[in-house]
Ligand binder design. Structure first.
Ligand code: NAP
Length: 308
């Protein structure tokens, strides 16, 4: 099959770090245009807006939308309305209802919509899912703690309403948890810590349960300096499972059982190609639903102002 002719909208950090190398190595895609107010990619025709790009390059078949979530719906609507397949960076939107609207539009237009969750494609996630399916889970504890100054320098959008604050990384943990646990979970309590000068939380403590009473606790914090933690620990009848380094490494009772180099974005583009060719969509809203529930049910606590 010839490669799918692809365009990128919102050329910034994640495009440079991950999308460009993944696309360059994937024979299923050919990057033929970009649309971004400032960002460009060497050697690729660049436009300032998605409207101008789609008008100028009619051969575009698919677009990857990599701008912050608050600005994604409008671009996705334009692309789907023009009959293009759409890859949404995570989180897929600023609200659940706007993503549901996009899913309906994709179906009506007969094109594919992909709500990507890159952490689900971390190398040890599948092994963790299989392990948890094979045993009795007693409790789950998620520790997702990182230094926002290191990972998000000068990114104002993460602190604005819809930018999700600490849920921007935390939703990656939720995308793994919702994939590896055998049953759906639901939020039973939460505390969100908001810097007094920001509209999004810097920390969150979440408690979930499932229908059997399994407890899942998740702690997200953006104030962690030194060692960073992206760990999911499950106590089970078959021992303590630790899925660490954001899903890259799996150990049981301290013994590493799965570790391999990460290929999250190559795997995302493989999946996008698969759904485009199969004529289907892949839009799982479970991780974003839990975040919405946390904003709905969570107690709010105001903490020290945050400055970069
Ligand atoms: P970013 O570099 O701050 O933003 C990406 C680009 O979006 C910017 O360079 C900008 O390009 C455009 N943009 C910014 N504000 C905009 C606005 N108001 N309207 C329209 N376009 C705007 O962010 P990023 O780190 O790449 O993250 C983008 C998305 O990828 C987020 O949803 C994030 O959660 C996800 N993601 C990020 C990472 C990471 O490590 N950074 C990892 C995985 C996923 P122009 O100024 O040229 O328009």
């Amino acid at each position: 099959m010839p490669p799918t002719k692809l365009a990128i909208v919102g050329v910034g950090k994640i495009v440079r770090d991950q999308h460009l190398p993944a696309i360059a190595a994937d024979p299923d895609f050919e990057l033929i245009a970009t649309a971004s107010r400032h960002g460009t990619v060497d050697g690729i025709p660049a436009f300032k807006s998605i409207e101008e790009m789609l008008e100028s390059v009619p051969g575009i078949e698919a677009v990857s939308l990599c701008m912050p979530p608050q600005y994604r719906y409008q671009a996705a609507h334009v692309a789907l309305s023009a009959g293009k397949h759409v890859f949404l960076e995570k989180p897929p939107g600023a609200t659940l209802s706007e993503v549901q609207d996009l899913a309906r539009l994709a179906e009506a237009k007969g094109v594919s919509l992909f709500a990507s969750w890159h952490s689900r494609y971390a190398p040890a996630v599948e092994a963790a899912r299989q392990f948890l399916a094979s045993t009795q889970i007693e409790s789950v504890h998620v520790n997702w703690k990182e230094d926002v100054r290191h990972w998000h320098p000068n990114q104002e959008w993460i602190w604005q309403a819809g930018g999700l604050g600490v849920f921007d990384p935390g939703i990656n943990a939720l995308s793994i948890v919702t994939h590896v646990l055998p049953r759906a979970i639901f939020l039973t309590g939460a505390t969100l810590e908001f810097p007094e000068n920001r509209d999004a939380p810097i920390a969150a403590d979440l408690v979930f349960a499932d229908s059997t009473g399994l407890g899942v606790r998740a702690e997200f914090d953006w104030r962690q300096t030194g060692k960073q933690s992206w760990d999911i620990v499950a106590k089970t009848a078959a021992g303590e499972m630790v899925l660490s380094e954001g899903g890259a490494k799996l150990s049981i009772d301290g013994k590493i059982v799965h570790e391999e180099p990460e290929r999250e974005y190559p795997s995302l583009y493989h999946r996008f190609s698969e759904i485009v060719r199969a004529g289907t969509s892949d839009v799982d809203l479970a991780p974003l639903t839990h975040v919405a529930d946390a904003f709905m049910l969570g107690r709010r606590k105001f903490v020290d102002a945050f400055y970069d």
